[in-house]
Design a protein. Structure first.
Length: 308
């Protein structure tokens, strides 16, 4: 583990401390307080996992797996179930070699998310990250709906030392995407990242806008690898899951970025999103600085959550 990784792991473990005390202390009391493995034992576990925002589907799968193992291995002691449960959560999240092709191939990444989840900041941090890896990055400010969005993104572009293509406030997002694609071709960019307006309350408009953007990208930049990320605020728990669900109805989502994982008791939502929607969490953020946004790693997440 490199120094940067180690530092992030520490911050992740610290950031998950509220989630940990929420889930782990509850599990501890069930494992220690149950004299036998019976229906009540499973019901108590179920309640803690669901309260910990791990989601109904994931919880059911985790507990079904536990029941099978208990039968197969003739387990009698509640305490022996702990590691099986932890491994089962890890399995729920382990997406194998999650697709990070966009980090090495010529790519275009659409980023969507409602206001206030840290979308613009996430784009800025990812841009800085890709730039540090020696990649040429161009940002497209296609969230022309909100005046501050373009300014904020421009500030991040300067900070990260990358180029930005922006339109006038209220201009057609599709025309910004067109200009950004032309700039990316002309300057031979490795990554084109596009900020879009995430207006969920008006899903039909959002769908139309994304369709239009996708058509332009197909036509103008068709040979680039495509990704669509949704940025979600982990502190909103089930609400984040609902947003992810709605966005996935409007567009083909390839990855989730979970921000504000530090200081939330709802970190279990990372498990829920993966289990309920089958969309991998690709990055998580645990703080303000650029280093605080890192690739998601199921092993590290579970280690930070359970301390093992």
């Amino acid at each position: 583990m490199g120094e940067e990784k180690k530092g992030f792991f520490k911050r992740l473990a610290a950031g998950l401390s509220k989630t940990r005390s929420n889930i782990v202390s509850g599990l501890d009391s069930v494992f220690k307080g149950s004299s036998k493995i019976d229906d009540e034992f499973y019901e108590d576990l179920e309640e803690i996992l669901i309260m910990g925002d791990i989601g109904v589907n994931a919880t059911e799968e985790i507990l079904d797996n536990l029941r099978d193992q208990v039968k197969e291995q003739h387990i009698k002691e509640p305490e022996e179930c702990r590691q099986i449960l932890i491994d089962s959560i890890r399995e729920q999240m382990g997406t194998g070699e999650v697709d990070y092709r966009f980090e090495t191939e010529r790519s275009v990444i659409l980023v969507i998310g409602v206001n206030g989840v840290g979308k613009t900041t996430t784009i800025g941090k990812l841009a800085a990250k890709f730039k540090a890896d020696g990649r040429k990055v161009i940002l497209g400010a296609a969230d022309t709906f909100r005046a501050a969005a373009g300014e904020q993104l421009t500030e991040w572009a300067h900070r990260a030392g990358v180029e930005i293509v922006a339109g006038q406030e209220g201009s057609d997002p599709a025309s910004v995407v067109y200009d950004a694609a032309q700039a990316a071709k002309a300057r031979n960019a490795d990554v084109l990242m596009i900020d879009t307006a995430g207006r969920l309350h008006n899903k039909k408009n959002l769908m139309e806008e994304l369709k239009k953007i996708n058509r332009i990208l197909e036509r103008e930049y068709g040979d680039a690898h495509r990704e669509t990320f949704v940025v979600l605020d982990a502190t909103t728990g089930q609400n984040a899951l609902n947003q992810a669900r709605q966005f996935s109805e409007a567009a083909k989502i390839t990855g989730i970025v979970l921000t504000k994982m530090d200081g939330t008791a709802k970190g279990g939502i990372a498990v829920a999103i993966q289990a309920e929607l089958g969309i991998p969490v690709k990055y998580i953020g645990v703080g303000e600085t650029i280093e605080d946004l890192q690739r998601f790693d199921a092993d590290e997440f579970v280690k930070a959550l359970f301390g093992r």
